[in-house]
Design a protein around this ligand. Sequence first.
Ligand SMILES: NC(=O)c1ccc[n+]([C@@H]2O[C@H](COP(=O)([O-])OP(=O)(O)OC[C@H]3O[C@@H](n4cnc5c(N)ncnc54)[C@H](O)[C@@H]3O)[C@@H](O)[C@H]2O)c1
Length: 361
Amino acid sequence: MAERIRFGILGCGVIGPHHAQAIAGLPDDAVLVAVADRELDRAEKLAQQYGATAYDALNELLRHSELDAVCICTPSGEHAACAVAALDAGKHVVIEKPVDVTLTAIDRLRAARRSQAQKVAVISQHRFDTATRIVRDAVEQGRFGRLTVGTAQVRWWRSQSYYDSGAWRGTWEYDGGGALMNQSIHTIDLLQWIMGPVAEVSAYTGLLAHERIEVEDTAVAVLRFANGALGVIEGTTAAYPGLTARLEVHGSQGSAIIDNDELLYFHSASVPEEGSAYGVSGGGNQVADVLSQYATAPAGPAAGADPASLSMAHRDQFRDFVEAIREDREPLVNIEEGRKPVAIILAIYESARNGRPVAIQ
Ligand SMILES: NC(=O)c1ccc[n+]([C@@H]2O[C@H](COP(=O)([O-])OP(=O)(O)OC[C@H]3O[C@@H](n4cnc5c(N)ncnc54)[C@H](O)[C@@H]3O)[C@@H](O)[C@H]2O)c1
């Protein structure tokens, strides 16, 4: 198929415009033709910027005559319902994270695909960062030996005015959770993608620095991975002034640290090293070497904690989606992959509620 994939965007709030920018970043492969928001002025503003047509509802958008794919950028608890409507209309779909906020809704979405030819991608843009690829490849190649510990630490800040800025924010029904389901999900997804499936979690959550929200602003969990490795998740929107999102992967022959999407530390013993009994003591940083082996520098966009600065972080995932349609293969992050971090987060919430370890479904 030589033609460009014609996209529509539903939801023109914070993230919708980033989808528009990502699509514009693939001028030979994709084009934005229509946008919709129930606040019509938001749709009109975005439409004007990209020469698209504006609508105020999903059913109007779906009637647009030349549309191949729809991006779902509405509040999280509406994702599956909107995506099912787009699938029923015969479109391919890109869904913002989280794919939805309950496993029932996600499974309903999975059942709604008419055929394997209809492609569904769930946004997890940092899977495409160079830093992430380097660390995942190293694990796949056994360069870190036996995996022992993996940690995800998201120490961000969201003000009370952030939570007050939309009625859906901080609600169970539409946000599906707080610091984990909305913010830390990116790093949790990378943790499980690199370390492998999580078998069981034990957790505490708290609402410590905000009010008028139903969900947690702070959570800690300990994990047991299916491969026997252990892990920790710390996620908060209550760490003023907002620090970094950090992922650490450790094994018997190597370690890596990604901080705010950049590869900070990498060490792999290509042959078991005869160092001191206490290892190389934090030394031997091989980041420069390993980066030079990957053609595309820099090691990931420094998108950091501010969603308004996301810029082109989504573009590589859109490229994968367009290729998936053309090559009739699954996108890298399909519904099944998008479901995994949600299942972990829901198990953490259940453990925090019940005070017991919870196995992942
Ligand atoms: N990948 C990322 O880094 C990232 C960053 C920010 C947000 N997100 C995700 O994007 C989604 C939206 O977040 P946001 O911050 O852009 O929210 P937002 O409130 O800023 O924007 C949502 C927009 O959708 C519109 N809308 C809601 N329901 C609608 C409907 N049924 N029909 C038409 N329009 C509708 C609203 O009017 C609003 O303009 C969330 O699921 C969030 O988790 C992802």
